[in-house]
Design a protein around this ligand. Structure first.
Ligand code: GLO
Ligand code: MG
Length: 344
């Protein structure tokens, strides 16, 4: 029982503080400046949307896209940073208004598929075999707009196209139950793993679990992680926190419910997460109130809290816990954990 924990985040996690009700409050930070901060914050890998890696890719030829990706690989190598994954961003272009793979417009579906295949090419050029699919708009605002059975088939067809495009690529689906959609078709890790079974190569389809997304589905993130671990399908995580059932908050890890965070760390450590090279990703957002210059603390703080909770988990008296479990004295077990979290 011991995982290996190395940390990653995506450049979108250093942001300007815009929200749906107000504009940005911090200057934008250029991508090279963001990259320069990774190591000092304690992070060794970068998560990419396809257009984080190659900005404005829709206006470039395939050759130009691959050339830029190759140049980025050199920059990453020079900075000692590893690319963890590439995620096709299928939620901003006008052709993705009605979804990507499940859009009701065939030409928009073709755009989503082609862009996903290009994301695979970018991943190859960067030197990672992992694609993440956050299926942002694969859902509906009204049930009658799409056929849910057909939608699942369409997502499977898109995944199959990516698997056929490259024989080594692995696809981790990041489930989320809502936002921006009212309901999505792949809301939990069970759905993601089930979808994988419908594809042409289930061994290359897994999942990424985000704490807040599990909480929004009314589930405990550590139990979702355990479910994925039991299937050998936990290929990445997006740790963060969430205060109840509202918009996706991406709060710093552990900042709402320390015990819920502790249990995520504990299940990962208990089952050797990371020993196969998987990263601990943090998908956290700085508070809008945070001034420029100190707007990366949510990242380093989340990592610090993860490592502190790891210490707590590893310092527990496991034989005492086992004895309480045998006695079925869960009240005492409960207190033991609370005292450990309180440092008493
Ligand atoms: C939004 C998601 C988003 C993804 C990212 C990577 O709710 O968490 O941040 O993780 O786009 O695909
Ligand atoms: Mg996420």
């Amino acid at each position: 029982m011991a995982g290996t924990f190395r940390f990653s985040f995506g450049p979108w996690n250093i942001s300007q503080g815009a929200d749906p009700f107000g504009p940005t409050v911090r200057d934008s930070i250029a991508f090279p400046e963001k990259l320069a901060q990774y190591k000092a914050l304690g992070f060794d890998a970068v998560q990419f949307h396809d257009d984080d890696a190659v900005p404005n890719l829709d206006s470039l030829s395939s050759d130009a896209v691959l050339k830029q990706a190759a140049a980025l690989k050199t920059t990453l190598d020079d900075s000692g940073l590893t690319p963890e994954f590439v995620a096709p961003r299928l939620w901003e272009d006008p052709r993705t208004i009605d979804g990507g793979y499940t859009s009701n417009d065939a030409s928009c579906r073709a755009y989503a598929r082609d862009r996903s295949l290009q994301a695979v090419d970018i991943a190859n050029a960067l030197g990672t075999d992992l694609i993440v699919l956050w299926l942002a708009r694969e859902g509906t605002y009204v049930r009658e707009a799409k056929d849910s059975k057909r939608a699942v088939e369409q997502i499977v067809e898109a995944v199959d196209a990516m698997l056929a495009h490259d024989k080594n690529i692995r696809i981790a689906i990041e489930p989320k139950p809502n936002e921006p959609m009212d309901h999505t078709y792949i809301p939990t890790i069970g759905h993601a793993i089930g979808l994988g079974l419908l594809t042409s190569d289930p061994s290359r389809v897994g999942g990424l679990i985000e704490s807040a997304h599990a909480i929004l589905a009314g589930l405990d993130p550590s139990d979702e992680m355990g479910y994925a671990l039991a299937h050998n399908k936990l290929w990445s995580v997006h740790l963060n926190d969430q205060n109840g059932l509202k918009f996706d908050q991406d709060k710093a890890f552990g900042s709402v419910d320390l015990r819920r965070a502790f249990n995520q760390v504990r299940i990962l450590d208990k089952h050797d997460y990371g020993n196969d090279g998987a990263w601990v990703g943090l998908d956290v957002k700085a508070m809008r109130t945070q001034k420029a210059g100190v707007a990366t603390k949510h990242l380093s703080n989340s990592r610090e809290v993860f490592l502190a909770l790891l210490d707590v988990s590893r310092s527990l008296d496991e034989s005492k816990m086992d004895a309480l479990i045998t006695e079925r004295d869960y009240e005492e077990l409960d207190l033991l954990i609370m005292k450990a979290l309180l440092g008493r």
